[in-house]
Design a protein around this ligand. Structure first.
Ligand SMILES: [Zn+2]
Length: 446
């Protein structure tokens, strides 16, 4: 691939909108030059309104096949926990070949929607019908991501117990189980199987599913500064359980026992008190928020204004993939606050009054930190990924960049946009990916 040049009329570069930007994309698909306030040169491809693509900080890719299928009553008190029973039924039917087809389809959807990287929080380790094989399921994800082109951060999950009191995993959780030795060995094996541009991180399911000793042992053996992810405080029930068992809230307990730093990503930092907000923001860790999934599962509301006040790092993830759309994730993140506070325009500062620009910028930087891949927006050395908003659409006539982005997030989900990966347009997924996904769903829904 030879170097390509582009000229953007306006683009969100770092935290600010800049004008007349010329970029060079080198043969590896990275930005090698970015210059604002310059002029168009012959052969430059011209685009109008550009924002960076979004890193997806949290994915359970297999859950895409059950999106929309749990929206009916099963008891008087449906919750995350009754949804989880249905999720386990799917988790126990999928083999590595089916996972490969589901992942190819879902990662293609992500690319088209504007996500160009994904942290895959992967816990179905044991192959269906071959429980001694713990690699196949991960290899299916590695291959699917590589073939469609999304940049993968694979996070194999350690999941050893059902509760913080050490209760054994249920029959429906057996495919997730690895001993710490098995985990360390699988991690080292998978590291050798990664494709170019992919990386790996350490991952603990949650404080209820892994003991402190197990976490310490894994970190001692594997921690080299790579990402470390954990589900931290998604449900009030788990906060209460951890408090009863340790006398501390989850974030307090984590910080008391580990040197939490910028490598950590705390997924679903939903239930936080003031002290915990301070602890996360001081440690430099990322709060991984999944607004649409958290709304769908009735998890609770992340304390966004307090977190922003303390200049915390946040990232967004599509998690259960109930919808795959980073614009709608940002919309939900802001709207949940408005409903809660009975106010408007929550995510805003005097320097950056536009909600769309503020949240998009923060989520790109936090997402890049959470995966440690070269996906931190428009900067030299980062992947040349971007989204071109269609300013020919009537809704975007005569608007500034800030207002175009706000409009796509809040005002019109029909505005088309085109994602680019390494300087090239992302084309709609191949028909065969759709067909294979359809056939997989047919067999799973039999
Ligand atoms: Zn999750």
């Amino acid at each position: 691939m030879v170097a390509q040049t582009y000229f953007f009329k306006r683009a969100l570069v770092g935290e600010t909108w800049q004008q007349n930007i010329r970029v060079v994309v080198n043969s590896q698909g990275l930005f090698s030059e970015i210059k604002a306030d310059t002029s168009y040169e012959r052969h430059d491809t011209q685009l109008d309104c550009i924002i960076p693509t979004m890193p997806n900080c949290h994915s359970h890719v297999f859950q895409r096949c059950m999106a929309g299928l749990t929206e009916f009553k099963t008891s008087d008190n449906d919750s995350f926990w009754s949804w989880r029973d249905l999720m386990y039924q799917y988790a126990n039917q999928i083999d590595s070949e089916q996972l490969y087809h589901i992942a190819k389809y879902t990662y293609s959807e992500m690319l088209e929607a504007g996500y160009t990287s994904a942290c895959e929080f992967h816990y179905i380790h044991r192959e269906l019908g071959d429980k001694n094989n713990t690699e196949n399921m991960s290899l299916a994800i590695i291959k699917a991501a590589h073939e469609v082109g999304i940049v993968l951060s694979l996070l194999p999950v350690l999941y050893t117990q059902a509760h913080i009191d050490g209760t054994k995993l249920s029959n429906l959780q057996q495919r997730f189980y690895l001993t710490t030795d098995e985990y360390i060995s699988l991690y080292k094996t998978l590291e050798k199987q990664l494709c170019p541009e992919q990386n790996m991180g350490i991952c603990f399911h949650s404080l209820r599913a892994v003991s402190l000793e197990q976490m310490q042992k894994v970190l001692k053996s594997l921690d080299k500064g790579q990402p470390i992810h954990i589900h931290i405080a998604e449900q009030q029930v788990e906060v209460t359980q951890i408090q009863q068992h340790t006398q501390l809230r989850p974030v307090e307990y984590l910080h008391q026992n580990f040197e939490v730093n910028k490598n950590w990503c705390l997924i679903h930092a939903t239930h936080l008190n003031e002290q915990e907000v301070k602890q996360i923001t001081l440690s430099g860790a990322v709060a991984g928020i999944c607004p649409l999934t958290e709304a769908n599962l009735g998890d609770g509301i992340f304390p966004l204004p307090e977190f922003l006040q303390h200049k915390g790092q946040l990232a967004i993830g599509s998690d259960s993939h109930i919808l795959i759309n980073p614009f709608q994730e940002i919309q939900m993140l802001e709207y949940s606050q408005r409903l809660h506070k009975q106010q408007r325009v929550i995510a805003s500062t005097s320097n950056n009054p536009h909600v769309g620009t503020l949240l998009w910028t923060k989520a790109v930087a936090g997402g890049a930190q959470a995966c440690q891949l070269a996906v931190n927006g428009m900067q030299i050395g980062q992947q040349a990924n971007w989204i071109s908003l269609d300013t020919k659409h009537p809704s975007l006539v005569n608007l500034s960049g800030e207002k175009c982005l706000d409009s796509v997030i809040f005002a019109n989900n029909q505005i088309p946009y085109q994602s680019y990966l390494k300087g090239k347009k992302i084309i709609p997924m191949h028909q065969s990916i759709k067909e294979n996904y359809k056939n997989t769903l047919k067999s799973l829904r039999n």
